[in-house]
Ligand binder design. Structure first.
Ligand code: ARG
Length: 571
């Protein structure tokens, strides 16, 4: 179905075109009003008619109001301010529209993504190293974007571009031979790999460096023994990563690490040289840019082969892009990483354009840094922590909340709730912030039951379910909606605004805008719940209100799942 702004925008445009045929309008025609006193939506289109009509804005607004076609959605129109038009929707029409949105097995959302394919490169931690909090953000934001695109009908391929190749493996193998502790590796593989890697750095000298280079070369040439060792490192790392993904409920469609693209690197460098897109510079190979390729790129050539012949991070990204083009013919390829990789991606995109590797739109969605609260969780380096430990800590802290709030529930259920609340709270604390701002975790705030938090949304959702349980409903359905009370109307409107919130948040690449809409929606639901009797209402009214509760559960639950929050029926 169409969103409210689409429906109303079309009505207003029809009127405008009847006054000024051929009028071109860019951008949204109507905006949601902040204050219900100004109606539900407002348009400033009159201001864009003044020239053609040679009338002041208020007169244009009057004319526009007169020309507005009859439509069942619109109850009243009024000219306001210096030429705005305020539109108010019909309650009965709202009820019908809400039924259309929520009445089926799935929400009837618009499907602008029909026939379009997006590849999302996100998560992407490096093997043999702790996943750091930057990867937490990439995983969180990437996963939310993937789910939002999917909800709007796009075909999405989520690809975990893990860093599983590079010279660090030559070093790790040397270190493994000399200093490994198998038992420590069994207990904590990444911890042990990090320990011996640090040891290598401390002990290093020309002899060890030579050995490391030799190992890297042997590994790249496919030496079976070293390959087996490398695989062991990779597998152990992926196990730890997978445990975190599992707890977070994140599933990648693909995990093609950097190693997957190795065979394609030498050929692509040769080809770019051949076509004159790359050039040799002091033994290395670079792609040079000029002003036309992008601001500042003129001074930043992209290195794609070192003097020793080794390929680089950028080379892999070029090869991966060509591969993605050939495999999936995407309309759009999106990379989600922290802000420090902006130059890298500008170079890769400029290089890919020069070489015509893909006709997809390329986009880097970058995010700011995330810091953890001072104290126990931070390690020496500040932000390299085990994400599993972070989630454990969140679960322990939520357990205290659950124990106070629901002491009557059985032990096992409280433990499960605490895990769900903890993980959801961590994800939401990240996602509810503008991605581009820096974020600091604050345990008390993210676990608060009031405010824009995961627990608040979770309790609101659970309340919907508990009302239904208390009503003894066998089948939960949305039917017989009727909007009488202002709080009912407010809630219905908040629900109907969900599709536009989803579209706007995705277009801005800001899941936090969706979070805000969900927070607003949960607020409307709670006001409704406190102001309007549901279980104690008379038969017809009771059924209509229970239907509104069910519509809330469906919309709120949908949005919560998009931003990675568990929807528990009882808490
Ligand atoms: N592994 C990289 C890192 O940890 C991120 C990879 C992002 N994706 C890409 N195609 N370059 O910084």
């Amino acid at each position: 179905m169409q969103t409210l702004p689409e429906i109303l925008g079309a009505i207003v445009l029809e009127a405008a075109h009847s006054l000024v045929p051929g009028l071109e309008v860019r951008g949204p025609v109507v905006q949601a009003t902040a204050d219900a006193a100004h109606g539900d939506y407002q348009t400033n289109l009159a201001f864009r008619l003044t020239k053609a009509l040679r009338l002041p804005p208020t007169a244009c607004a009057e004319a526009l109001a007169q020309a507005l076609p009859d439509h069942p959605a619109v109850r009243s129109v009024e000219v306001a301010g210096k030429g705005f038009l305020n539109l108010r929707l019909h309650d009965a029409w709202l009820a019908d529209a809400l039924l259309a949105l929520t009445g089926g097995d799935e929400l009837d959302l618009p499907s602008p993504g029909q026939g379009r394919t997006v590849v999302v490169d996100y998560g992407s931690p490096n093997v043999a190293k702790r996943m750091h909090v930057g990867h937490l953000r990439s995983t969180n934001i990437g996963d939310a974007l993937v789910k939002m695109w999917r909800a709007l009908g796009y075909t999405v391929l989520g690809d975990n571009h893990i860093g599983d190749w590079g010279t660090q493996f030559g070093k790790l193998i040397v270190a493994w031979d000399r200093w490994r502790d198998e038992a420590a590796f069994e207990a904590d593989a990444i911890g042990e790999l990090e320990r011996i890697y640090v040891k290598f750095a401390q002990e290093t000298g020309p002899e060890l460096e030579d050995l490391a280079r030799e190992n890297t070369a042997r590994l790249q040439a496919g030496d079976p023994e070293l390959t087996a060792l490398w695989e062991r490192f990779v597998r152990a790392s992926l196990e730890e990563f997978d445990a975190v993904y599992e707890r977070m409920g994140v599933r990648f469609d693909l995990t093609l690490g950097e190693s997957f693209f190795q065979p394609m690197l030498a050929p692509i460098v040769a080809e770019l040289l051949d076509r004159g897109i790359a050039e040799v510079d002091d033994g290395a190979v670079v792609v040079r840019f000029d002003k036309a390729d992008g601001k500042g790129l003129g001074d930043a050539p992209m290195l794609i082969r070192k003097r020793d012949g080794a390929a680089l991070y950028a080379t892999t990204d070029l090869a991966a892009l060509r591969y993605r083009e050939q495999q999936w013919d995407p309309d759009h390829v999106v990379y989600v990483t922290d802000m420090r990789q902006q130059l890298h991606f500008r170079q890769v995109f400029a290089g890919a354009r020069k070489a015509a590797l893909t006709d997809a739109e390329l986009e880097h969605v970058w995010f700011g840094m995330l810091s953890l609260p001072e104290g126990a969780m931070a390690t020496r380096k500040g932000n390299v922590i085990r994400l599993g430990k972070l989630l454990d800590e969140a679960a322990t802290r939520s357990r205290a909340v659950v124990d106070t709030k629901s002491p009557e529930l059985p032990e096992a259920e409280r433990a499960a709730i605490a895990e769900a609340v903890g993980v959801s709270a961590v994800r939401y604390a990240d996602l509810s912030q503008n991605p581009q701002s820096n974020v600091t975790f604050d345990w008390d705030r993210m676990l608060a039951l009031e405010g824009n938090t995961a627990p608040f949304l979770m309790y609101s959702y659970a309340r919907c379910c508990s009302v239904q349980r208390k009503a003894g409903l066998v089948q939960r359905e949305v039917s017989g909606l009727h909007l009488g009370e202002p709080a009912e109307r407010e809630l219905a409107l908040a629900l109907l605004r969900y599709p536009e919130a989803l579209i706007t948040a995705l277009a801005a690449r800001r899941p936090n805008m969706l979070c805000e809409a969900l927070f607003g929606l949960a607020g409307s639901f709670n006001r409704f719940w406190y102001q309007v009797p549901v279980l104690r209402a008379e038969a017809d009214q009771r059924a209509a209100r229970l239907a509104l509760v069910e519509a809330t559960a469906r919309v709120l639950g949908h949005g919560m799942r998009l931003v990675g929050i568990h929807t528990l029926e009882r808490m």
